[in-house]
Design a protein around this ligand. Sequence first.
Ligand code: BES
Ligand code: ZN
Ligand code: ZN
Length: 483
Amino acid sequence: MEIKIYQGEPEPARLVTCFQDLEPVGLPQELHELVTDMQANDEFKGKFGETHTIRLKGTPRHVIVIGLGKQGELTLEQVRKIVGKAVKAALKLKTSGLDIFPAEFGDFAPPHLARAIAEAAELAAYKFDSYKSERQQPTLESVNLVWAESQEVPLALAEGKALATATSLARRLVNEPANKMTPAQLAAEAEAMGESNNIEVEILEEDRIQALGMEAFMSVARASTNRPRLIVMRHRGAPESDRMLALVGKGLTYDSGGLSIKPTEGMAFMKCDMGGAAAVVGAMAAIGEMKLPANVVGIVAACENMIAGNAYKPGDIIGSMGGKTIEVGNTDAEGRLTLADAITYAIREEKASHVLDIATLTGAALIALGDVHTAVLASDDSLFGELEYAAELSGEKIWRLPHDPEYKVLLKSDVADLRNTGTQRLAGTIAAGLFLQEFTEEKPWLHLDIAGTAWTSKEGDYSDKGGTGWGVRTLYHLAKQNG
Ligand code: BES
Ligand code: ZN
Ligand code: ZN
């Protein structure tokens, strides 16, 4: 599907939007009458998201009429939802093209509007159906923005498309089942991403991971026949700057829980346990594609948490690349072990000055915030401010949790420097974050727990069930501020 600025022949479908209880503005007479008649007959009030599909009399053309809600209350995220609804309606109608008139949404800055529309239009069409024997080819070929073009619009449109493509990539990486998306396959996907987006990608195999002293990572990885990979993705967009942002993604291509095995229900969707890695691969794709003037390194310690005679065990005491010793309280708290070493690698080997980690880390985040907000811990208020701004641009919601020193008792071990689980599962999300902070060597640090947001069991306005690609766009906007 192509998204473009176009003022030529009208397409067979057109989106018409209208604010609640107001007369539509700027419509050609025929459509104006159609909408005002519907309003007069009480068939259409213009409530937010209210959708009607109408065939124009005597023509093969359709109008998709959608309410915008109260004037003055419309947000960019709501624009994405409206555009998503329109694209889904057009896909259902099997039309070849859809016209959208961005001016109908009101006074948004044109670049912001163009980016949001491009994101939603492409993402609404995303489907994971590559394993279905009978696939329906979508018929929608083009979405046209009928618009008096302003100068910054083409770049914003390109940015929106790049972000949508990168988010679709992240969704696919998560949706691929664990028997296909092994650590080696994830590494191959990262390499392919690097090829097409100008990102330098280096894959470290087991011998080098061992040689670096990544004992925590290797302990988790040990019991699987699918061997681990350390994936490093580099973008040097600001060679003069000494700022280096590390994006570290949890890359458990499968999490059985290990010897602290999960029940079947809990295991069923643990192919999503590389959602953080997918967000980082996706963000790096968009960062490379848009040639952001910032230095960013993406790191993924990819492995499977499995069971075998050589598996790591509750009670084990293991080392880490950073030097701290760790008592294993539970082998299902594996993500923090792999991430700890990945963070140390980012700081010591890639000279990261700022660290962000993103991970499907704790069931507690899912319990606390559901699939709406991503839980965040932040060591630095100004870096958190940048993340807040990035999340506002992307429409992805975040919620900051406290991490007062009182919580540190949750990491205490009688026999080692740290323990990978607290007692009684108190403050699970905070405890996991604080564990990671022990490896950040005082660098400004952000921790994003996407256990609730990386996956959804319901279809959204511009998303399908399954992997959401959460984080790709927020990470991109954060990197953009880090030049
Ligand atoms: N991958 C899981 C967390 C998870 C749960 C992600 C649900 C997505 C949805 C993680 O490795 C895990 O199992 N965490 C444990 C930690 C506990 C043993 C301290 C948890 O949250 O129960
Ligand atoms: Zn686990
Ligand atoms: Zn896990």
